[in-house]
Write a protein that binds this ligand. Structure first.
Ligand code: NAD
Length: 482
């Protein structure tokens, strides 16, 4: 059985403990590879390698850094099919989705930051004829990059590409649940000629390898994507050493659907924003608020279309949803379906495990669920489920919908469907979330600031925000007068 290796100092090596974690294929429920169970000793080794590489990498001309990142991007492109298959087997997502979204986006992350760094500039502040201030933006040192399981290579590269482009060395830790494509990336980085120690990828549990990154005194900057609970844990561990943090965390995103919307486009997109990637995208809209005159029509059409979605073997091209990532996650999703019933909700469709007779008979599949009859403030509508489960609720006024939308502790994304653009802008201004989509969803420009408010995030990534995050600004003031 395949043993994944750590990538430290340019080499693929076993964890010091020689212990491994079982890695499951969610579609079959079978163990298919082993993941290093690394601990603080492996992290210390990776930090030492990064420390050694930093003096040279941090002064490598940006053009050279850019060319290397472009090579990595090209290798990801060239290996798209292989990487997509690996992502699908590791995560349970349909292979067509990994091929069309995850892997191309991982390649664009490298491509984007390889070019962005060439155009990155810093500020100057002129004090008439008295003095000139200019801001140096220097690489910080070793960046810790910790990523989740839902978009494995996509989110891992979203962190390491800007960190490397800005001249930092990296100690990265992908999710122990979906480590395979990060391992394959380490092989591609060797092929691309990445200097030893510049990028190190250490696999293992969050509470061991991840916590060792948050606690390490020689890692001054950490970017994390994952649950709000883990984000809080990292912030607590990192506080005594004053690390710079970017935390991208959970969400409970509202869709605000007005009766005047472009109905067919809204319906199709809402289906995607509810159930893409089995609802395991932090940006999925899980609370659908529908203006009352449209409510019944929407409910009937949406339920009818949801019932037509096919849950199936992720390796087949005709499925809409694959497997959810783990048995524990399947149980969590099912427990929320039970909670919704206890809270007075009606399950209009779905919410049951799907059983197959073929190679997927032990896999973790669930039917996409639509629930109505719940209040906006019940637990089902306040807590993140992170699966193919949405609730639908009617609303009457703008004041009411704003209260519903802003009622959760989260503030990641919101989607507004209306042809009344004055109203759309008014609501966009008032909704507490870092990302607002009007008449669309998941339309992403990598230059825009990305992140959440409230319990969804601290800081922003994307575009220049990311390059600013991964550099230390230093003001230099030069007096002009004698
Ligand atoms: P998670 O918090 O369990 O794990 C994320 C990563 O943190 C993993 O690599 C894990 O090993 C590591 N980790 C766990 N405990 C740690 C600790 N004590 N110290 C350091 N690292 C630790 O999250 P998950 O279940 O993998 O991912 C799902 C969550 O991610 C959802 O809440 C989802 O909303 C969120 N998410 C957010 C965004 C965003 O951009 N805001 C994007 C994708 C996913």
């Amino acid at each position: 059985m395949k043993k994944i290796k750590n990538y430290i100092n340019g080499e693929l090596i076993a964890p010091i403990s020689n212990q491994y974690i079982d890695n499951y294929n969610p579609a079959t429920g079978e163990i298919y590879s082993h993941v290093p169970d690394s601990d603080e000793r492996d992290i210390a080794m990776a930090v030492a390698a990064a420390e050694k590489a930093f003096p040279k990498w941090s002064v490598t001309p940006v053009e050279e850094r850019s060319q290397l990142l472009m090579r990595v991007s090209q290798l990801i492109e060239q290996n798209r099919d292989k990487l997509a298959l690996a992502e699908s087997i590791d995560n349970g997502k349909p292979v067509w989705l990994a091929k069309s979204v995850d892997i191309p986006r991982a390649a664009s992350n490298f491509h984007f930051f390889a070019t962005a760094i060439i155009h990155f500039a810093s500020e100057a502040h002129i004090m008439a004829d008295t003095a000139i201030n200019y801001t140096l933006r220097q690489p910080i040192g070793i960046a810790g990059c910790i990523s989740p399981w839902n978009l494995p290579l996509y989110l891992f590269t979203w962190k390491i590409a800007p960190a490397l482009a800005a001249g930092n060395c990296v100690v990265g830790k992908p999710s122990e649940i979906t480590p395979m494509t990060a391992y394959m990336l380490s092989e591609l980085c060797i092929e691309a000629g990445m200097p030893p120690g510049v990028l190190n990828i250490v696999h293992g549990y969050g509470h061991k390898a991840g916590a060792a990154i948050s606690a390490h005194p020689k890692i001054p900057v950490i970017t994390f994507t994952g649950s709000t609970r883990t984000g809080a844990e990292i912030a607590k561990t990192a506080a005594p050493t004053f690390k710079k943090l970017s935390l991208e965390m959970g969400g409970k995103n509202p869709n605000l659907i007005f009766a005047d919307c472009n109905y067919e486009e809204m319906l199709q997109t809402t289906l995607r924003s509810s159930f893409s990637n089995q609802g395991e995208i932090c940006l999925c809209g899980s609370r659908l608020f529908v203006e009352r005159p449209l409510y019944e029509k929407f409910r009937d059409d949406f339920v009818a279309r949801t019932k037509k979605l096919k849950v199936g073997d992720p390796l087949l091209e005709d499925g809409n949803l694959g497997a959810v990532v783990s048995m524990a996650h399947l149980e969590k999703i099912l427990s929320y379906i039970e909670l919704a019933k206890q809270e007075g909700g009606t399950i209009l469709c779905g919410g049951k495990p799907v059983k197959f007779e073929d190679r997927c008979k032990h896999g973790w599949f669930v039917e996409p669920a639509v629930i109505e009859g719940l209040t906006y403030d019940c637990r089902t509508n306040q807590e993140e489920i992170f699966g193919p489960v949405v609730t639908i609720m009617p609303f009457d006024t703008e004041e009411e919908i704003l209260q519903f939308a802003n009622s959760t502790p989260y503030g990641l994304a919101a989607t507004i469907w209306t042809e009344n653009l004055t109203r759309a802008h008014r609501l966009a201004n008032a909704i507490q979330s870092g990302i607002i989509w009007i008449n669309c969803w998941m339309l992403r420009d990598l230059r825009t600031p990305f992140g959440g408010m409230k319990n969804s995030g601290l800081g922003r990534e994307g575009g220049l925000e990311a390059l600013r995050f991964f550099t230390e600004p230093k003001n230099v003031c030069l007096k002009l007068k004698k």
